[in-house]
Design a protein around this ligand. Structure first.
Ligand code: PLP
Length: 241
């Protein structure tokens, strides 16, 4: 193992310990939560070095990075999620390339994904992203729009909704963090209790480096962790072209 492998393995082990501790505190089985390594800004070599560090999934939030690193073989056989804002004009590059698109948040985008998935002859698994704090700066459907969006998605033959995702307002107090995650969990449970044609409510994606313990306590089944695995991101993201 070189230094990079060593560092990624150590940081990931530390994240896993925090996850296990949160599971224990919540009375949950450790294997009920998957770890997505949010690899934005990381090079293909760094992503490759993380394969055997103990992560379950890679997550990219920019289409160009996903396409380039995927072409460079950065992800190997590790599942790949798209976790960023998706513009309809880039849907073609992501459908079929991402095992799960976590960030579908409008009918317009659903229709574009449906159309492209049909063209490719596949069923595209997605999550619906909810703007749980109703922040102008964030993507996601408003909580009161979720039912309508779920109903639309459930009727689309080439889309499989597998759950919900959120990026809540930034909070430093764990009790405040938990309130947002609990609100998401309530939406998730409500949706899971309904009977659907296609939809299977299985994944609740919430929690990042600074709040994933709170998310696990409130029922997250997938946490998306960047900084705590890769360290501070080295350069600011350029504007999306
Ligand atoms: C970057 C990112 C994360 C991880 O953020 P960290 O605070 O670095 O853990 C999670 N989710 C999304 C959508 C991201 O873009």
């Amino acid at each position: 193992m070189n230094e990079l492998h060593e560092q990624l393995a150590q940081r990931t082990a530390q994240v896993r310990r925090r996850m296990e501790e949160a599971c224990r505190a919540a009375g949950r089985a450790p294997e009920s939560v998957q770890l997505c390594a949010a690899s934005k800004t990381q090079t293909a070599d760094t992503v490759r070095a993380a394969w055997d560090a103990g992560i379950d999934v890679f997550g990219e939030n920019r289409v160009q990075e996903l396409v380039e690193k995927r072409a460079a073989g950065a992800y190997g056989s590790t599942p790949l999620h798209f976790i960023g804002h998706l513009q309809t004009n880039k849907v073609r590059q992501v459908v079929g390339a991402a095992d799960l698109i976590e960030s579908v948040d409008s009918e317009h985008l659903l229709l574009a994904v449906q159309k492209e998935a049909a063209r490719q002859g596949i069923v595209q698994p997605v999550l619906l992203q909810v703007n749980i704090g109703v922040e102008a700066s964030k993507g996601g459907v408003a909580p009161e729009g979720l039912t309508a969006l779920l109903n639309q998605a459930d009727g689309m033959e080439n889309i499989l909704v597998k759950g919900l995702m959120c990026i809540p307002p930034k909070e430093t107090d764990p009790a405040a963090q938990r309130r947002w995650f609990a609100a998401m969990r309530a939406l998730f449970d409500e949706a899971a209790a309904r009977s659907w044609t296609r939809t299977r409510m299985e994944i609740l994606s919430m929690g990042m480096s600074s709040d994933f313990e709170a998310a696990i306590q409130e029922g997250a089944t997938l946490v998306r962790v960047g900084t705590a695995i890769f360290g501070p991101r080295a350069y600011p993201l350029p504007a999306e072209p």
